[in-house]
Design a protein around this ligand. Structure first.
Ligand code: ADP
Ligand code: MG
Ligand code: ZN
Length: 693
């Protein structure tokens, strides 16, 4: 079957223009009747790889999925696209079950989602045997393999059962995490040849990795959150107690926040999780018990408050950010003592010595991540795919730490010599007290006030000194060793610093906003509210209706009719029918704000530059432009030089004639980045080329 049909489905149903890497190859394999395996990162678009063939091929596609919550999510989202799909699992009432089975028997569904255990049910099997099946897809296919970290025996045993159902020839497997062993295992079990394995790697360009060390974690956290108030994010903490504490602190500060850990009842956990998924709270504070089966696409940041156990866990948890492909932050807060807790967990575990040694090795790699100078995602990818060469990402905290660094060699020498004078027998707290010149009982008791380093840093606060010691530990000038009570000891690097052979630089980690807010924030907020309202009406999570990426495009393009709206990424025909009109009305309300545009025009006529008008009126420059265009169309005058020069006008007009369409978006794709929508719109209006409703 040819791919033109697949392309059309991509457009009409999903509202996307192009396939992502790997999708085309997998889809065409299935359409051509070949078993296939896709390894694509989280958010890479694996669902589409079975959904599009399922829509195009005759018969019902069976999707094997490990978790009830994932099934529900997928089915909800297929329904918003107008596709017949359902899931059959233990959460159904008897009536629901009977009804769905009856429809299934009639061949009504294009898709059914089931857990592998469903095939143990002989009634279900007998129905499947009589049904026309298009293919069977294994989502999260790494569960098949014993080598995988989420091995599920039923995922493996179902294969044999399926072999007895002789008319299911075609299999598709999809996963985001697969080592070479797991890949080979899946291939063998599902009979997939090498040509039909599509591996796009693990790299996710939209994730911005940051490492924050030697800074007070709480200060950092509060600062970061106050800069990201409207955005959804997850904060992972290592213990229930810390989760409770952070949760309480954030509530106190007025944040909308949920929490989740194994100490809460199942009901409370479900309720907290739903609040987060349905955008009723922005923040989730949780232990690593949270996150399995969460497909929420608009998670803008994942902050780890402490060191994860290994890179595998870290990448999986951090990877819950940015499923919608929008830029997102993955931040790890590291301080020197953080390795004690994971070590404790390993010690307390019931693993045998060999397995423990392996866990220690993995932890070591995780600690090294906190000390590496190389690009952070590159470090992670090198860990997973040793044999491949990876490029620098250009936006992690190691790639971007350029100018801002401070020479702290003098301070470091004071601390290090103090640790030496204290004979490497004490912890951070007491060392800070000595440097501060504190009259603390213990200082007296051990006669530390007689040391030459006593009071050496008295101009600084004890907290500053403590933080600086944490920094020296994080940078491996000091180590706290493996003992029960962390005691400061010098490392070989410390000797070099004391001998003046090495300088100590402190880099300031500053996390930039990930994107220029080149759209109207207020409108975006209004759209989020509208989306939430529609989601509640339909009983689905907001991100199933439109992703954040789609809302942002709407704010940028401000489409004024159906044709323009269908050009927006993520709006297909069915979604337009269900939700388009409501959003069009909201946009119209915004742009046709009657007296408002005249106020802007008045200010403009008085000679105020556009930026200043925007500032004065506390609106986006883009909105001011819309106001002025409206005034122009009503007979006002505009000095077009304020928007573009001859060269830009020329470029835009050429693009307009090339594209043959009067749509901003098609023109924008043809011109260089510096030409923004406002300029394009201005050129079209000046030349009387913009179609009006
Ligand atoms: P995965 O299962 O690989 O983690 P999903 O299938 O859930 O990822 O897709 C992640 C997001 O990417 C979804 O919002 C999906 O609609 C979107 N997406 C998938 N394919 C494309 C595409 N070709 N163009 C734009 N967005 C896409
Ligand atoms: Mg998926
Ligand atoms: Zn980088």
């Amino acid at each position: 079957m040819d791919l033109a049909n697949a392309q059309k489905v991509l457009q009409d149903y999903y509202g996307y223009d192009d396939f992502r890497t790997g999708q085309k190859k997998l889809i065409s394999a299935v359409l051509n009747g070949q078993n296939a395996l896709g390894i694509m990162p989280t958010g890479g678009g694996k669902s589409l790889c079975y959904q599009i063939p399922g829509i195009l091929l005759n018969g019902t596609a069976i999707i094997i999925s490990p978790l009830i919550s994932l099934m529900k999510d997928q089915v909800d989202s297929l329904h918003t696209l107008g596709i017949k799909a359902t899931y059959i699992n233990s959460s159904l009432t008897n009536e629901e079950y009977d009804e769905r089975m009856a429809l299934l028997r009639e061949g009504y569904f294009d898709f059914i989602y089931v857990a592998p255990e469903r095939f143990d049910n002989s009634y279900f099997r007998s129905i499947i045997e009589q049904l026309q099946i298009s293919f069977i897809a294994f989502d999260e296919a790494h569960c098949i393999s014993q080598w995988g970290h989420d091995f599920r025996p039923s995922y493996r045993s179902v294969i044999q059962t399926l072999e007895q159902i002789n008319h299911i020839p075609l299999r598709l497997a999809l996963t985001a995490t697969a080592t070479t062993e797991v890949i080979q295992d899946i291939q063998k079990l599902l009979n997939i040849d090498d040509q039909s394995v599509v591996n796009t790697g693990f790299y996710r360009e939209n994730l911005h990795f940051h490492l924050v060390k030697g800074q007070n974690k709480q200060d950092f956290l509060f600062n970061y959150l106050s800069d990201h108030k409207q955005e959804s994010g997850i904060i992972y903490a290592p213990t229930r107690k810390l989760v409770d504490t952070i949760h309480a602190q954030l509530i106190e500060k007025g944040y909308r926040v949920a929490y989740y850990h194994a100490g809460l009842s199942e009901d409370v956990r479900r309720q907290q999780q739903n609040k987060f998924i349905n955008d009723e709270v922005e923040i989730m504070v949780a232990t690593n018990a949270f996150g399995m089966g969460i497909d929420k696409s608009n998670v803008r940041y994942v902050i780890h408050h402490s060191l994860p156990m290994n890179i595998e866990a870290y990448y999986q948890e951090a990877g819950r950010a940015g499923r919608d492909g929008e830029p997102s932050d993955c931040i790890l807060l590291f301080s020197g003592q953080d390795s004690h807790l994971p070590k404790f967990f390993i010690e307390q575990s019931e693993l045998d010595e060999e397995k423990k040694a392996l866990e220690y090795k993995k932890l070591r790699a995780m600690i090294n991540y906190c000390h590496t100078e190389i690009c952070l995602p590159r470090y992670i990818l090198d860990y997973f795919e040793e044999d491949q060469k990876h490029d620098d990402c250009g936006h992690c905290s190691n790639c971007t730490r350029s100018g801002e660094k401070v020479d702290r060699t003098r301070d470091a020498q004071m601390v290090l010599s103090c640790v030496m004078r204290m004979e490497q027998r004490f912890g951070t707290g007491l060392t800070a007290k000595v440097l501060k010149g504190s009259k603390d009982k213990k200082v007296k008791q051990f006669q530390l006030d007689h040391l030459s380093t006593y009071g050496l840093m008295k101009q600084r606060t004890e907290k500053e000194i403590t933080n600086f010691i944490h920094f020296l530990v994080a940078e491996n000038y000091l180590t706290t060793g493996d003992q029960k009570y962390p005691i400061l000891k010098l490392t070989p690097k410390a000797a070099d610093v004391l001998k003046n052979n090495m300088k100590v630089w402190m880099h300031q980690t500053e996390i930039q906003q990930n994107e220029a807010v080149d759209f109207d924030r207020k409108l975006f907020e209004q759209m989020r509210l509208l989306r939430k309202e529609l989601a509640d009406q339909d009983g689905v999570p907001p991100y199933i209706i439109f992703s954040d990426a789609t809302l942002k495009e709407l704010c940028r393009f401000l489409p004024e009719n159906k044709t323009e709206m269908l050009q927006i990424k993520g709006i297909g025909l069915k979604k337009f029918d269900s939700y388009g009109q409501a959003f069009l009305e909201l946009i119209q309300l915004k742009t046709s704000d009657q007296p408002s545009h005249l106020i802007s025009y008045q200010l403009y006529s008085e000679g105020n530059p556009i930026e200043l008008i925007a500032k004065k009126r506390d609106i986006q420059a883009q909105t001011v432009a819309t106001h002025l265009f409206k005034a122009y169309q009503e007979g006002g005058t505009i000095n077009w030089q304020d928007f573009f020069d001859d060269e830009i006008e020329d470029t835009v007009l050429k693009a307009y004639h090339t594209s043959g369409e009067p749509y901003l978006k098609s023109i924008k794709e043809l011109v260089h980045d510096e030409i923004d929508y406002t300029m394009i719109k201005a050129v079209l209006i000046k030349n009387d080329l913009l179609e009006e409703e």
